[in-house]
Design a protein around this ligand. Structure first.
Ligand code: CTP
Ligand code: ZN
Length: 153
């Protein structure tokens, strides 16, 4: 383990480490996970050096284990993120987040005329590019891309 990294964001005893988040997506990931409502310790590293990403973000959530739904949300903004489950200081599980084939809810359709922006209809998208995460709206067929994602709370 890289000891310098550990000096920046220390190891946790139990919980979830979301690693390899592109630096520019860190605050989006924080926001979609609703971490402001959590009462256990959260440590965050931003703009840490990473060989793969240039700069990365890391989030360590003590005593919490997000469910599948939350992990899918992470994949939208940080497809390369790695989830590490920590028990008694050991990494007991590593999960890769995967962009699903379809996305229901989570983000708005960027077409202002789309029915989902005018009526109480949950958004639904087909993922047409998993690498760059582009979504095609089921209702208006317009494409919403990662840089335009607006999160539905
Ligand atoms: N970690 C932690 N607390 C622990 C153990 C690990 O916060 N008690 C963090 C590490 O800092 C690292 C991540 O969990 O960011 C994964 O740990 P580990 O698998 O040991 O590191 P790497 O092999 O570098 O991970 P990767 O698979 O991402 O290369
Ligand atoms: Zn639409």
């Amino acid at each position: 383990m890289d000891s310098k990294k550990e000096l920046i964001v220390s190891a946790i005893k139990d919980g979830t480490v979301i690693d390899h988040i592109p630096a520019r997506s860190l605050f989006k990931v924080l926001s979609i996970l609703n971490l402001h409502n959590i009462d256990t310790p959260i440590t965050i590293g931003c703009n840490l050096r990473s060989e793969k990403l240039g700069k990365k973000g890391i989030i360590k959530i003590s005593e919490k284990f997000p469910d599948e739904h939350d992990l899918n949300k992470i994949a939208l903004f940080a497809p390369q993120a790695k989830i590490n489950i920590i028990r008694n200081y050991e990494v007991v599980e590593k999960k890769i987040v995967e962009v699903p084939d379809t996305i229901e809810g989570i983000v708005k359709c960027m077409n202002p005329k789309c029915i989902t922006n005018h009526e109480q209809i949950r958004t639904f998208f087909y993922v047409i590019d998993k690498k760059n995460v582009s979504l095609k709206c089921k209702y208006c067929e317009k494409i919403t891309t990662q840089e335009n994602f607006e999160i539905i709370k």
